[in-house]
Design a protein around this ligand. Structure first.
Ligand code: FRU
Length: 326
């Protein structure tokens, strides 16, 4: 069997500081455990676009064999992703997009559909009438832009449903805890909150409870992660009315990267589906996704053990042949 060449994948990740990004990395590591010939380097931009620009420049300077990137904001990272692409470095865009079509492949959800599905669900919950508040992700990050577009598009079909206020939550619960109280006080009639991710939705619940309004306001989030304190549990505990599943695409990103590196056929657009998770299906979803997460860990552990055995076997073989030839 011929040895696979060493591939160097550089991953510019906008942040590593939340459960969704950790789940993405776990999916990547599982998939990478099948490919010990891949050198994987992840740089964490800590939600800062200028830091991410410097890190992408560094990966380009190192001439990585493939650049994976999840841009913190679309604008500031577009020129660099294009530059890498134009230099012949394959670029795989993950979850958040640039504003350009110059990339090798995209892996991630359809965020407009996420927003639209949330809007239709909200309309159904409220019987087509009421006041809605939206908590957005970082302005200029593509999922925030697209979730908002889709959400407003769906609401537009319901004239008695009003988008009363919007709050920028920057994808982070701390921003929601800081900004939401004043906005909620200014709008005593809010019936429903759509937050662009589950951590911000959970923070919205905290604020609503502090104001004594948690009993009335229904909250919808996005992500639907398994694991303690994450979206599925929040739905099961009744803190969130629903969450929209938003797959991380970690495994698919690595698989796509390998197809590209090995010059195998691949899809340019790899769009992952979404679905509503609420009290009617969380009871079946949760055990299933938790099992999947567990299996992912088991697979990775087995692969690492297998690689270890292979290495040991290889060194035994060399010792053996040395003995035999001496
Ligand atoms: C995690 C996250 C998710 C969200 C995604 C959008 O960093 O904020 O909660 O769905 O990024 O890019």
């Amino acid at each position: 069997k011929t040895q696979e060449p060493v591939y160097r994948i550089g991953f510019s990740q906008c942040t590593t500081n939340d459960a969704w990004r950790r789940a993405m990395l776990a999916g990547m590591q599982k998939e990478l455990s099948f490919h010990p010939n891949v050198q994987f380097q992840m740089l964490d931009a800590r939600n800062e676009s200028d830091l991410q620009q410097r890190q992408v420049r560094e990966l380009i300077r190192q001439k990585v064999d493939l650049l994976l990137i999840s841009p913190n904001e679309s604008g500031p990272l577009t020129a660099l992703a294009e530059a890498a692409y134009n230099q012949g470095i394959p670029v795989v865009i993950l979850d958040r997009r640039t504003t350009s079509r110059l990339y090798t492949a995209y892996v991630g959800g359809n965020n407009r559909e996420v927003g639209r599905t949330a809007g239709h669900y909200a309309a159904q919950l409220l019987g087509g009438r009421g006041q809605v508040l939206e908590i957005l992700g970082t302005p200029g990050s593509s999922p925030a832009t697209e979730r908002d577009l889709g959400f407003r598009q769906a609401l537009a079909g319901h004239p008695a449903l009003q988008l009363t206020a919007q709050v920028n939550g920057n994808w982070q619960p701390a921003s929601v805890l800081r900004r939401l109280p004043a906005v909620l006080r200014a709008h005593p009639e809010v019936d429903l909150i759509f937050a662009h991710n589950d951590p911000m939705a959970q923070a919205a619940y905290q604020v609503a409870r502090q104001l004594g309004r948690a009993g009335h306001i229904r909250i919808i989030g996005v992500d639907g992660l398994a694991g303690p304190g994450n979206g599925l549990q929040l739905v099961e505990d009744g803190i969130l009315k629903a969450t929209l599943l938003y797959p991380t695409g970690g495994e698919e990103a690595i698989r796509t990267a390998l197809h590209i590196l090995r010059q195998e056929p691949y899809e340019k657009e790899n769009v992952l589906g979404t679905m509503i998770i609420d009290s009617t299906n969380v009871g079946t979803m949760r055990p299933q996704t938790e099992l999947l997460a567990q299996q992912r860990q088991d697979i990775q552990r087995q692969q690492l053990l297998l690689q270890e055995d292979l290495r040991r076997f290889a060194s035994q073989k060399t010792t053996m042949s040395l003995l035999l030839t001496s």
